[in-house]
Design a protein around this ligand. Structure first.
Ligand code: NAD
Length: 500
């Protein structure tokens, strides 16, 4: 689709490898408008599915499970390999869909698709990775465990990575032999809708189903008795609700929530490299990443570093090309971000770069009707400023000067989230000091977006994650299988003439 002249698509669920209109009575059927943040134009209508649709999708997934799970890991890997080839052949089309519905730049869209394909590549190796164990635990007694799929699993995903986040779970889940019902974000349903159609040319019916909708369709998905496990990625409040509900239902659940990531700039950091990395981190995907830099804690004033960050931020232009930044997802999001800037100003903070006054972004917003907002840098003087504590989820960097490295560490470690933290330094000893003391789940040294890549798993701690395992990598194998333990004892062979 051409982002400049989008056409409107009325979406349907994807069940049994077919597009299926919601089963809700036509008179009661409801659709939500999907608009592109690039211009605010209507691009699609997404159905608000209900319990009846969930039942249909789960029942299709349940029917597919016996045959799919009884295939070998090697057999399923062949399907995944063809899925990878198909998606790679459609990379440009999928990237354009991501740009259209999310607003991120084309380069960022390609990046997220390639990262999603990495998880698929990892899953293609499941025959080598998901092997069990076997040990003679006492003379003649053998314990063995093997990886067994759970059944129907559900994945509920957020808007900020229309392709990559669904691919945190989908390849490993189905590669391990589960069947999946996925609920895309109602704000960005087009990319996964297309992925489901492509998957339908490869996988048997019921292996992957899509149920569209908003928060109303989530309770029936969690409560369906055939659903064995749930993954969720989104805001902390909802992650906690989903996790509590699954716990009550005794279902396996991994729910990833929001974040507030701190970057500490030590006095010995490389000023230019640090400034560039911090700006990339807080403006990439317009700050709509759970791994984005949110607060920069400088040890001392570090005037040169701050000046370089300001200069690089001011130079950024709105757009979809390299070194440009896209809009935020919608007007509600833009209003929320603007409110944080106003409240910071009212609390006595200095707005070093004011996104509200950036002519290129303001003109773009007015001319296009899209949700464009210029990147903003705020220097705070009070630790209590609300922008230093809430997840803003936009292109806003808060800077706070700390009297010592210890004071900076204390600020990061006392925040309720635990997704990511980073130290910028040119000393290995300083880096080691921080990596051993930061409490976050994912830590960077001179990298402001420290995303672990396969075979490593992804996941924070505390208010950034509810659940026991991590997502992707070997954490994904652990989550999407249970270990079947078999203990075997055979006596000595009874005397058989043919043995000797
Ligand atoms: P969101 O919580 O609004 O929505 C996520 C999903 O939950 C969507 O599919 C939505 O339809 C559904 N949902 C929304 N409200 C619900 C409710 N009350 N009950 C049940 N389901 C509900 O999140 P979002 O705005 O789409 O995504 C942004 C958030 O996701 C940010 O907080 C970001 O940090 C977080 N995120 C976290 C990670 C991570 O790895 N920790 C990764 C990506 C995004």
């Amino acid at each position: 689709m051409d982002p400049t002249s989008p056409s409107v698509t009325r979406l349907a669920n994807w069940i049994n490898n077919q597009s299926q209109a919601s089963l809700v009575a036509p008179s009661e059927a409801q659709f939500l408008p999907v608009t592109t943040p690039l211009s605010g134009q209507l691009i699609a209508e997404v159905p608000l599915s209900q319990a009846v649709d969930v039942n249909e999708a789960v029942s299709s997934a349940e029917s597919a499970f016996p045959a799919w799970s009884s295939r070998t890991f090697k057999d399923r890997a062949q399907y995944l390999l063809r899925f990878h080839q198909t998606l790679a052949a459609h990379l440009d089309e999928l990237a354009k869909l991501v740009v259209l519905e999310h607003g991120k730049t084309y380069e960022e869209a390609v990046g997220e698709i390639k990262k999603g394909l990495e998880t698929l590549e990892y899953a293609i190796s499941l025959p080598q990775l998901a092997t069990g164990r076997n040990l003679e635990v006492s003379r003649g007694v053998f314990c063995q465990d093997t990886r067994v799929p759970l059944g129907v699993v559900v994945s509920i995903v957020p808007f900020n990575f229309p392709f990559m986040v669904p691919f945190w779970t989908l390849p490993i889940a189905i590669g391990c032999g589960n069947t999946m019902v996925l609920k895309p974000s109602e704000k960005v349903p087009l990319t996964m809708d297309r992925v489901a159609q492509l998957a339908g040319t490869i996988f048997p019916p019921g292996v992957l189903s899509l149920v569209h909708g908003d928060k109303q369709v989530v309770p029936p998905l969690l409560e369906h008795s055939a659903v064995r496990a749930v993954t969720f990625v989104g805001t902390t409040h909802v992650a906690e609700l989903v996790s509590q509900q699954c716990r009550r239902l005794n279902k396996r659940c991994l729910a990833l929530g929001g974040a507030k990531n701190h970057l500490v700039a030590a006095p010995d950091c490389d000023t230019e490299l640090t400034a560039q990395d911090v700006v990339n981190s807080f403006t990439g995907c317009s700050g709509q990443r759970c791994m984005a830099a949110s607060v920069l804690l400088t040890v001392g004033a570090q005037a040169e570093l701050v000046a370089s960050i300001v200069a690089k931020t001011v130079a950024l232009q709105p757009g979809s090309g390299p070194r440009e930044i896209g809009p935020v997802i919608d007007e509600a999001s833009r209003a929320r971000i603007l409110d944080y800037i106003v409240r910071s100003e009212q609390a006595g903070a200095e707005i070093l770069v004011d996104g509200r006054l950036n002519a290129a972004f303001t003109e773009r917003a007015q001319a296009s009707g899209g949700s464009w907002i210029g990147p903003t840098v705020i220097r705070h003087h009070h630790k209590t400023d609300v922008a230093l504590h809430d997840e803003i989820f936009g292109p806003v960097l808060s800077i706070l000067e700390c009297p010592s490295g210890e004071a900076a560490l204390e600020i990061e470690n006392s925040n309720p989230y635990g997704n990511a933290a980073c130290i910028y330094t040119s000393s290995g000893a300083v880096a080691q000091h921080y990596t051993q003391r930061f409490r976050a789940g994912m830590i960077g040294v001179n990298i402001g977006v420290p995303v672990p890549r396969e075979p490593f798993s992804f996941g924070g701690i505390e208010a950034s994650k509810f659940g026991d395992m991590d997502i992707t990598g070997d954490g994904g194998i652990e989550f999407f299988t249970y270990r079947r333990k078999v203990t075997t004892k055979w006596g000595a062979p009874t005397e058989k003439s043919w043995l000797n």
